[in-house]
Design a protein around this ligand. Structure first.
Ligand SMILES: Nc1ncnc2c1ncn2[C@@H]1O[C@H](COP(=O)(O)OP(=O)(O)OP(=O)(O)O)[C@@H](O)[C@H]1O
Length: 364
């Protein structure tokens, strides 16, 4: 009996070491598997959440009527002004610009874009409208001294109208046409100020905006001038916005645009080089002179040829020649224009590099 009591009171025989190890291993494996399963379930929940969030964002309602970003404009005055017959300012395959006076006396320029939809299915057309609407919200949020601010937009069916401030001085194209017709004198200091303003506007789009915004259609008709001839870039990003817009037909477009290659910030820089060339020479790139063999076939080739031959002075607009110091600046500016007009995008400087290059030409 004594032996039985001693046996009952003693501890149960402890499991042997390998058994203990096996149990521990099982527990570890079980916790790893459970951990992986929980992780996978969590990832699935997050992925589903993102999917629904994206779907929800895509489902943002398509706004009808005017969307206003300026306190000076009301939806009612804008709609009644748009219903009137307005003065045509400019026209292209992408749309028409009209001058409109609102009831409160404010004069605005309205770009009526060509309808973006040509019989595509309802769902596709809705997603295009949503995308355009989202992009317009981004464009409306841009604020820079050298950019035209989008003041409002109106969507009617499959057509968008964009509202900007009216600029009485018109565009750089208008100003250069008056210079060519001897109706306006634009000195080198003003022309350089215009070039600096344009490149600062591009620098903002290329380096301050996140994600980067490209202009896609930089040319003198899209550079507005204020009363002091300070430039403001118009139609920023519009060419990308509209699915059926005519993109690569401007004489200011980079060679890669015609070869169906990727459009980059350096393609905008090529257009800037053309604009600098126009400011320096006073010539229109569409001038028949550039069609002749003697000119090399384009404003860019002509400038490059004269610069390499050490005859860049020949290219300068006679009406801006004068002081020697200024002429040195102009010759430096010709070199800058030529490098911006390089065939290879990688050989062109960025807008960030061009701002100091141009501002250092002259102390502003
Ligand atoms: N905000 C504005 N204020 C005053 N005039 C303007 C304004 N916006 C445009 N214009 C006038 O309209 C002209 C440009 O018209 P439009 O944009 O239709 O031509 P485009 O630039 O050749 O076309 P696109 O930009 O579609 O390729 C300018 O040269 C200018 O005379």
């Amino acid at each position: 009996k004594e032996r039985l009591i001693r046996h009952l009171s003693s501890q149960p025989p402890s499991p042997s070491k390998p058994q203990e190890f096996k149990i521990g291993l099982k527990r570890i494996i079980l916790s790893i598997v459970l951990g992986i399963l929980t992780g996978l379930a969590g990832a699935l929940v997050v992925a589903l959440f993102i999917k629904f969030a994206v779907q929800y964002m895509n489902q943002t309602p398509i706004l009808k009527g005017p969307v206003i970003f300026s306190p000076k404009i009301s939806a009612k005055t804008l709609q009644s002004a748009l219903a009137n017959e307005n003065q045509l300012l400019g026209s292209s395959s992408n749309g028409k610009y009209y001058k409109t006076v609102l009831d409160n006396g404010l004069t605005v320029a309205v770009k009526v874009l060509e309808p973006f939809d040509n019989g595509s299915p309802e769902r596709q057309s809705k997603s295009v409208k949503r995308r355009i609407q989202q992009e317009l919200e981004v464009l409306a949020s841009l604020r820079h001294r050298h950019l035209m601010s989008l003041r409002a937009y109106v969507r009617e069916s499959d057509r968008f109208s964009l509202v900007y401030d009216y600029m009485p001085t018109g565009s750089l194209e208008d100003a250069m046409n008056r210079v060519r017709g001897n109706q306006l004198q634009l000195g080198w200091d003003v022309r350089l100020r215009i070039a600096v303003g344009v490149i600062k506007g591009l620098q903002y789009l290329h380096f301050t905006c996140i994600p980067q915004i490209l202009h896609y259609n930089l040319k003198p008709t899209n550079i507005m001038l204020d009363a002091e001839f300070e430039p403001r870039l118009a139609d920023c990003g519009l060419a990308k916005l509209m699915p059926n817009i005519d993109r690569a037909t401007s004489g200011y477009s980079a060679p890669e645009c015609f070869q169906n290659c990727r459009y980059t910030d350096k393609s905008d820089i090529f257009s800037f080089g053309m604009i600098l060339g126009v400011l320096l020479t006073g010539r229109d790139p569409a001038d028949p002179f550039f069609g002749e063999a003697a000119s090399g076939g384009s404003l860019g080739q002509w400038l490059r040829h004269l610069q390499q031959a050490g005859e860049a002075r020949e290219a300068l607009d006679k009406s801006i020649l004068g002081e020697e110091v200024e002429e040195d600046e102009m010759l430096m500016a010709v070199r800058i224009a030529v490098v911006c007009l390089s065939d290879l995008p990688a050989d062109r400087p960025s807008s960030d590099e061009l701002v100091p290059m141009l501002t250092q030409l002259h102390s502003f």
